[in-house]
Structures are given as structure tokens and as C-alpha cells.
Design a protein around this ligand. Structure first.
Ligand code: ASP
Length: 297
């Protein structure tokens, strides 16, 4: 938890796991934080800042989201993303979208429709109508890597626990509006059609100005089973946001999962916590920008 009382704050993550974040990842995260903050400084809202930051992470192709999203076992990149704003509780989410580089932007488009969640077919139609950038087919190297995964690994869970690099963001703008978003390719070894927590409002993402904004990464199945993002938000009514997050992460461990969360309330600093060894994260205010490999104390 940071003692940051400034209203405008954007926090992001680039996944939690066993791998130490690289300098290259930090470089892109710095860029994403600056771009998101710029949006809010120019009068944009928290939702726009979250979408901008996540778009940059998706475009970089070095996180498991957007252009870098992992392939499902049939060689297809099916991407998930969601975004929510805390003033009117509007939310948008895409499940398994194919051929679109920035699923977070597709999720934002859906937020402005009467629907909340859309699967590939409809989501792609909306994304195309708004000329969102298309995504290229997997490279030969990615297909080779997938072949190696298929040959070498039969135990989905083992790899699953090792490597997450989904991206997410939470923001608070000058009006104290909150927003949260997340974007992923899923997990490293997954059956075609598998969906994790990232597009599930209340599990991977939640924002409510009267509670908090939370974005999660980690074992999607356990995060869904707990309804992690909403659970933290609700518990923050009775205890500090930090305690609420740490209690829920204990519960994730109890059901066999690992996770990392970034949380932000209407007042105060962001909470960044994880059960894994590392979590790439960072935050920016008008005064400072900081990046972390592990949760700051
Ligand atoms: N939560 C994501 C999923 O289960 C994975 C991740 O966070 O990297 O799809």
C-alpha cells in the first residue's frame, strides 16, 4: 500500500509468477503508465486511462495479452479482456476474441452497448465495425513452441502455476471515479475454448466507486470460484483494502491457486499483493512513477 493521497493514480500489472520481470517489460510498463496518466491529466476519465495503459501492454507483444497472448492447444489465439467503471457500474467484456489486437478496446466498445459480455463472433463484428487493429496469425516460432509444449507437457497445472503475464490496470481520476481492466491470452497450456477469470466481471475485474477497483491475475479457475475481485471489494467495506486483499489471497491458496491483485479505493494508495514469487507492477501519480518486481511493503 502506498501512502499516495493524490486523487489521480494509475496502477498496472504485467502478471504474477515465478519469473522476474525483465527490463524490457518494465520499459513498456513505464510507457503504459505515462500514457494512462497523460489521458487523465488531459481531462480523460479513469476508464480511458485503464484502456490506454492496457492497449500499450497488449501492443508490446511481450506480455500474455493482445499481440503476445498465448495460443490455445489448437494453435489459435483466443483473447479475453474486460473493463469496468465505478460510477454507473458499466462493464464490457470479450471472451475468446480472435484476430483482434486490442481486446481491451473491444471490451470498452461493448461497455457502451446494452450488453456486458460477448463471445468471439459478435465481439469481432463490433471490433471490425470500429476498425480496431487486426491481429496477425501466430508466427512459425510460436507454432513450434506450441508443439514443444504439447509434446513435453501433459500436466497442465504444473506449467499453469509457473507462468502468468496477463496484464491489468486500475485507475482513479480527478473526480475520484474508479475503473479496472484486464486482458489475457489465457494460460500457457489450455484446451481450445477454455475461459479464465479475466473476462468475468467480479472475478478478474471489478470497480465500484463506493467500494474499490480491483484487477486480478493468476489461476483463472480458482479466481472464478472465489469471485476474487468482487470479494475483495465487498470485504473492503469492513476492513482495510490491504487486509481484504490479503485475506482473499489466503483463500485462493486454500483452494489450490495462486494470484496477484492490484486494488485501489476512492481514497488512499494502491494495494499490490501476490501469492507468487514475483509480480510485475507499478503505479504513477502526478508526482511519481514506481515499478516493482514484488509487492511493495
Ligand atoms: N488469469 C489468467 C487466466 O486464467 C491467466 C493470468 O493471469 O496470466 O486466463
Amino acid at each position: 500500500m502506498f501512502k499516495e493521497e493524490t486523487r489521480m493514480l494509475l496502477a498496472i500489472h504485467g502478471g504474477a509468477g515465478d519469473k522476474k520481470p525483465t527490463a524490457e517489460q518494465f520499459e513498456i510498463m513505464r510507457k503504459a503508465l505515462r500514457a494512462g496518466l497523460r489521458i487523465m491529466k488531459d481531462g480523460g476519465d479513469a476508464l480511458s486511462a485503464v484502456v490506454e495503459a492496457i492497449t500499450i501492454l497488449e501492443d508490446s507483444a511481450i506480455f500474455n495479452a493482445g499481440a503476445g497472448g498465448v495460443l490455445q492447444l489448437d494453435g489459435t489465439r483466443r483473447l479475453d479482456a474486460s473493463v469496468m467503471e465505478g460510477a454507473e457500474l458499466k462493464a464490457g467484456s470479450v471472451i475468446g476474441i480472435e484476430g483482434i489486437r486490442n481486446p481491451i478496446r473491444a471490451a470498452q466498445l461493448i461497455l457502451d452497448t446494452p450488453h456486458v459480455m460477448m463471445t468471439n463472433r459478435g465481439a469481432k463484428q463490433i471490433a471490425r465495425a470500429h476498425q480496431l487493429t487486426t491481429l496477425e496469425s501466430p508466427s512459425p516460432q510460436e507454432m513450434e513452441q506450441l508443439d514443444r509444449i504439447k509434446k513435453a507437457d501433459t500436466e497442465i497445472v504444473r506449467l499453469y502455476k509457473k507462468y502468468f503475464s496477463t496484464v491489468g490496470a486500475v485507475a482513479r481520476d480527478s473526480e475520484r471515479n474508479l475503473a479496472a481492466g484486464a486482458s489475457t491470452g489465457g494460460i500457457r497450456t489450455m484446451l481450445p475454448g477454455r475461459v479464465g477469470d479475466t473476462p468475468v466481471i467480479g472475478s478478474g475485474t471489478y470497480a465500484d466507486n463506493s467500494l474499490a477497483a480491483v484487477s486480478c491475475t493468476g489461476n483463472g479457475e480458482q479466481i472464478i470460484r472465489l469471485g476474487l475481485a468482487k470479494e475483495i471489494c465487498m470485504n473492503s467495506l469492513d476492513e482495510s483494502l490491504r487486509r481484504a486483499a490479503s485475506q482473499s489471497l489466503k483463500r485462493i491458496r486454500m483452494i489450490g491457486g495462486n494470484a496477484g491483485v492490484i486494488c485501489l479505493a476512492g481514497r488512499g494508495g494502491a494495494v499490490i499483493l501476490h501469492t507468487t514469487k514475483y509480480m510485475a507492477s507499478g503505479y504513477v501519480t502526478k508526482r511519481k512513477l514506481q515499478l516493482f518486481s514484488r509487492s511493495p511493503r
